[in-house]
Design a protein around this ligand. Structure first.
Ligand code: CAA
Length: 401
């Protein structure tokens, strides 16, 4: 029986900062961000959105195709969680109105956790072929104002419905994995921003790629030519270009031409280039971007996928695209979202970035900004309150008391 992805949908903030604005504010040549890092825009969350509202909005598209009682699990993956105890999946399950019988859990291993969730969900649906697993990966990448990581910030969420007889992509369980105990990127509980050894992290990413590709290739008997397209974890889009060129030079003896590189990975970079890093969602934002934007029909074609999470865990695997997949995408929703966003001035970006919530338990209402159908309303006695909204306006309370 085939198992894999039956639906995939993506969401990011309605606000962005143009990288040229950031370059001017930092006194940096804009080419460093556009050509050196491959980023044009950076999505910035308004105060009334968080990983929960992004996840629920991304999932509201994907789950719209199913009955509410078809899901056995909601797996929420993040490294920007809002609570040390309560799972983000609980909020998402109630916002989506999924059945109370649904199991919920939150998972973490930096940007890799969504791939671990997928690998756990696949054998589950194989043994429960009428049931579905919803994975929601949602993250806000924060390094801090005026840090070298700042231009690689961003945010986004992806929802993936895993099922038997999938309509988008099937997986065969073959992969190469590697885990090492390293400090390339981490965020202690008492910090809001990640700490990173940027160059070291890029080096580890590339080493992990070499190793996991080697293992995957050996186990599957597949070479690069057996894959029509490639998706990478995307901390910034140049990272994927470098990674792919490295893999290709090791195997073909030389790098790809610009047009070959564009053909093999170009479509997977489009969404990330204008939203930035979304940590655990990032690889799957790339996959969504590829499926949405490829002019060529990818039906029956194989896609190579590289997942990397600092700390570090990495995995290389691949999926076979199903014929007719285009009929099951949410391309129009994604385009409308990205085309309808509001640009922030540098001062507004600073304001959004510096927003903090009170920590003394008093009641606090957050101002209203443009959001998806869910917004973070505020806090009361340390409890987070969410509400549903219609075209950016609050309508009804969805928070438990
Ligand atoms: N015109 C064109 N290109 C320029 C330029 C200009 N004027 N000025 C600089 N560049 C190029 C540089 O040559 C460099 O390209 P190469 O790497 O190909 O040489 C690129 O722009 C970046 O310049 P620097 O290396 O000088 O940039 P930096 O030191 O300021 O920081 C960074 C870059 C290390 C990636 C930093 O942004 C960072 O720490 N980011 C966060 C960590 C990260 O994303 N790591 C990736 C791997 S870890 C991972 O993937 C997990 C995760 O999600 C975090």
């Amino acid at each position: 029986m085939s198992v894999g992805i039956d639906a995939i949908s993506f969401y990011s903030s309605h606000y962005f900062l143009d990288m040229r604005t950031l370059a001017t504010a930092r006194g940096v040549d804009p080419e460093k961000y556009s050509a050196g890092l491959g980023q044009e825009r950076m999505a910035v969350l308004p105060p009334d959105e968080d990983v929960i509202t992004m996840a629920a909005t991304a999932a509201s598209f994907a789950v719209s195709r199913y009955r509410k009682d078809e899901f056995d699990f909601v797996i929420f993956t993040t490294e920007s969680g809002v609570d040390q105890s309560k799972s983000g999946a609980i909020y998402v399950r109630s916002m989506l109105g999924l059945a109370r019988e649904t199991r919920v859990i939150e998972m973490k291993q930096a940007c890799y956790s969504s791939t671990a969730a997928l690998q756990l969900a696949l054998p589950y649906v194989e043994t429960h072929p009428t049931r579905k697993v919803l994975i929601v990966a949602s993250d806000v990448a924060r390094y801090g104002l005026n840090t070298s990581g700042e231009p690689t910030q961003g945010c986004g969420a992806v929802a993936i419905v895993v099922s038997a007889s999938p309509r988008l992509i099937e997986f065969d369980g073959i992969s190469g994995c590697v885990t090492d105990d390293v400090m390339d990127f981490w965020r202690p509980n008492y910090m809001r921003e990640a700490l990173v050894d940027g160059k070291y992290s890029s080096k580890l990413y590339l080493h992990a790629l070499d190793e996991t590709w080697e293992k995957y290739s050996k186990l599957s008997g597949r070479g690069l030519r057996d894959h029509a397209r490639f998706c990478y974890h995307l901390p910034f889009t140049r990272m994927a270009e470098k990674a792919h060129q490295r893999l290709c030079s090791a195997h073909y003896g030389n790098e790809l031409s610009k047009s070959q590189l564009e053909e093999q990975i170009g479509d997977s970079l489009r969404y990330n280039r204008v939203t930035g890093n979304s940590y655990s969602a990032s690889l799957y934002v790339g996959l969504t971007s590829l499926l949405d934007n490829s002019k060529e029909d990818l039906g029956e074609k194989r896609i190579g996928l590289f997942s990397y999470g600092s700390g570090c865990s990495a995995e290389y695997f691949s999926g076979l695209v199903k014929p007719g997949y285009k009929d099951w995408l949410f391309t129009q929703n994604h385009r409308e979202l990205l085309e309808g966003r509001t640009e922030l001035s540098y001062e507004q970006y600073q304001e959004f970035f510096s927003f903090t919530l009170p920590t003394d338990g008093r009641e606090y209402e957050v101002g209203k900004y443009k959001t998806g159908p869910f917004r973070f309303r505020g806090l009361n006695r340390h409890k987070r309150k969410y509400e549903t909204v219609s075209v950016g306006y609050a309508t009804s309370n969805t928070s438990p008391s």
